[in-house]
Write a protein that binds this ligand. Structure first.
Ligand code: NAD
Ligand code: GDD
Length: 331
């Protein structure tokens, strides 16, 4: 019997955002194929109702097999991480260009209906991010270009590649610039974790081990906005369904300093800890926030989950992971 459901490839679905997106597409009734290069037992979430495939999507043949028979392609696959990883692994970050390029070529040749690329706030020009309280980033501020070295250039190049595949071949491409996404089932240790997960892990470990100090990278006065995973997945689906073929910010506009983020996590954990500031650790830009005017205009929607709400969920999940890792039974 033939299957009449819409079909979607989630490339990089063994990772954080792809794992959540695959769950959402399955709930919506899609036939879902998840492809990731990691062995399945290392995937952050495994959905038994999906077709789960291990393959290296930087290879053209693997990309062709992955998109075969798919109506929609979501590219969430990349070799990336938080600022500590991207500053120290510029070549690896840039080589992700092979994944997107081959997925675009394969999608064009297979007649895929819509293609989604996950770009980043790291495409924005450095000059707009030199202080913690500068104006939020509007989409046009990516040009004249001076993005994050390595990772940001790869994302900006891939955004343009999507545009040209749309112009030259009629492939319907959609692009979101994610602003620091966090939530349960994300990377929380090992070197690729971003600030929200890293701070939760450090506070949870201090609570569990009765320590009184945690290390913070930088002086804690650098600023960011952090976007909860549910808003990210909702935004991806809305952007994919929309007629907007320009890159859109997909980010919260609730700006905080890293010290304020730490205050919040300590409050959630009911703990009081001293901070040791490591000024030689990776810090990235001094300030970054999302301007959501364009996404509101285009979609009539923008992320809305508060940092307190999202971080409460995230802290509970990470607290349990830290407990399992240290073989402690936790309440
Ligand atoms: P993640 O690291 O959790 O997931 C990425 C997945 O891609 C991993 O499971 C990895 O194994 C897989 N992958 C890497 N190379 C591959 C290859 N050659 N073939 C197949 N799979 C491969 O990252 P994430 O947080 O889920 O991010 C998803 C996407 O969103 C990435 O493109 C990332 O650059 C982008 N992004 C994320 C954030 C964020 O804050 N999480 C911010 C901006 C942009
Ligand atoms: N990772 C991490 N770990 N960051 C810390 C820590 C820590 O323990 N303590 C303080 N920070 C500070 C960093 O120094 C940085 O100034 C800030 O928190 C944010 O760090 P990250 O969350 O690692 O990254 P980012 O916001 O600079 O960049 C990230 O977001 C982009 C999109 O907005 C990266 O993950 C990029 O890959 C992503 O595209």
């Amino acid at each position: 019997m033939s299957d009449h459901r819409s079909s979607a490839l989630v490339a990089g679905g063994g990772g954080f955002i792809g794992g959540h997106l695959a769950a959402r597409l399955l709930r919506e009734g899609y036939r879902v194929r998840v492809v990731d290069c990691k062995p399945v037992d290392e995937w952050f979430q495994v959905h038994p109702d999906a077709e789960n495939v291990v393959a290296d999507l930087s290879l053209l043949d693997a990309a062709r097999a992955a998109v075969d028979g798919m109506d929609e392609v979501y590219n969430l696959a990349a070799d990336m991480g938080g600022i500590g990883f991207i500053e120290g692994n510029k070549t690896r970050c840039m080589l992700s260009v092979l994944i997107n390029t081959h997925l675009l070529m394969a999608s064009r040749d297979a007649g895929v209906d819509r293609f989604f690329f996950s770009s980043s706030a790291c495409v924005y020009a450095a000059a707009h991010q030199v202080a913690p309280d500068l104006e939020p980033l509007r989409e046009e501020m990516a040009y004249p270009a001076m993005p994050e070295d390595g990772y940001g250039w790869e994302k900006l190049f891939d955004e343009r590649m999507c545009r040209h595949f749309a112009e030259d071949f009629g492939l319907r491409t959609r692009v979101a610039r994610f602003h620091n996404i966090y939530g349960p089932h994300g990377t929380w240790d090992g070197g690729r974790e971003k600030a929200p997960a890293a701070i939760c892990r450090k506070v949870a470990a201090a609570v569990i081990n009765n320590d009184d100090k945690i290390e913070i990278w930088g002086d804690g006065e650098q600023s960011r906005s952090f976007t909860y995973i549910d808003d990210c997945v909702e935004g991806i689906r809305r952007i994919m369904r929309s007629d907007c073929d320009q890159p859109l910010n997909l980010g919260s506009d609730e700006l905080v300093t890293i010290n304020e983020l730490v205050d919040l996590v300590q409050e959630i954990a009911s703990s009081s800890l001293k901070r040791r500031y490591n000024l030689s650790a990776a810090q990235g830009v001094r300030g970054r926030n999302s301007d959501n005017t364009l996404i509101r205009e285009q979609l009539g929607w923008a992320p809305s989950v508060s940092l307190r709400e999202g971080m409460s969920e995230t802290y509970s999940w990470i607290y349990k992971q830290v407990g399992y890792a240290s073989h402690r039974f936790l309440p």
